[in-house]
Design a protein. Structure first.
Length: 239
């Protein structure tokens, strides 16, 4: 689970597993399979939204999404309901669902909360993350410096998710995941000009986590998010 740049989206996928029990009856199997498919549909649809394949304000219909995913409409319907409940999709007066537009003001508010929560998660995670995971973080940061952005988006999701999970507080981890998903709705682009700076910031976080220094880990994470905010505002004022 790894690192790269927090300007990039995070998306939490929740995959459903089907237990095996001798007493499991066909109806239970059918229900479990339906849950699994709806989870897959949820992840795929959310990823389409975060990648911009479905733009803000664009209508979302079960029929078209099911066709694009090659699935039946039932799991897609469940995925759409879930995204509507989370606020990612918004129902219009006429009943149509559209991707919820994400304003700059909302993004900055969410980023401020992320700063507090991810800083606390880093403090709690210090000294708790397995050394092999930390080594992999360093390896991916080095690869990012050599090869550029490439698979940076998934690396970044994994990096922040690993720290949140290592905090030992599942509520905190879930809240951070939700906030990162929401800020991903705001189109930041890849910001390649910050590549080396981001690598330095992530290495500082990894060093503090490896050393078990919670307060330094908190400060490094919060400084990283502060720099994301400052760089974004600088770009916007230069336009």
């Amino acid at each position: 689970m790894l690192a790269v740049i927090s300007e990039l989206p995070f998306v939490e996928y929740r995959w459903y597993t089907i237990g095996t029990m001798d007493t499991l009856v066909p109806d239970d199997l059918e229900q479990a399979e339906g849950q699994k498919l709806s989870g897959v549909a949820y992840g795929a649809l959310l990823d389409m939204i975060l990648r911009g394949a479905i733009a803000a304000g664009e209508p979302v219909t079960e029929r078209l999404i099911a066709a694009r995913l090659g699935m039946s409409r039932t799991p897609v319907r469940e995925a759409v309901r879930r995204l509507e409940g989370e606020g990612t999709l918004q129902r219009q007066r006429g009943g149509a669902l559209v991707v919820q537009p994400y304003s700059m003001e909302t993004f900055l508010h969410a980023l401020a909360v992320r700063r507090l929560l991810e800083g606390e998660a880093a403090r709690l995670a210090a000294g708790k993350i397995d050394s092999t995971v930390l080594a992999e973080m360093r390896e991916r940061i080095a690869r990012l410096r050599r090869e550029g952005l490439g698979g940076a988006r998934q690396d970044d999701r994994d990096f922040h998710a690993a720290i949140a999970q290592a905090s030992g507080n599942p509520v905190l981890a879930t809240t951070i995941g939700d906030l990162r998903k929401r800020t991903a709705m705001f189109r930041l682009g890849r910001l390649p000009e910050r590549l080396d700076q981001v690598c330095d910031e992530h290495l500082a976080i990894v060093d503090a986590l490896a050393g078990g220094d919670g307060e330094t880990a908190r400060a490094a994470m919060q400084g990283h998010i502060d720099n994301v905010r400052a760089h974004l505002l600088q770009r916007l004022t230069a336009i």
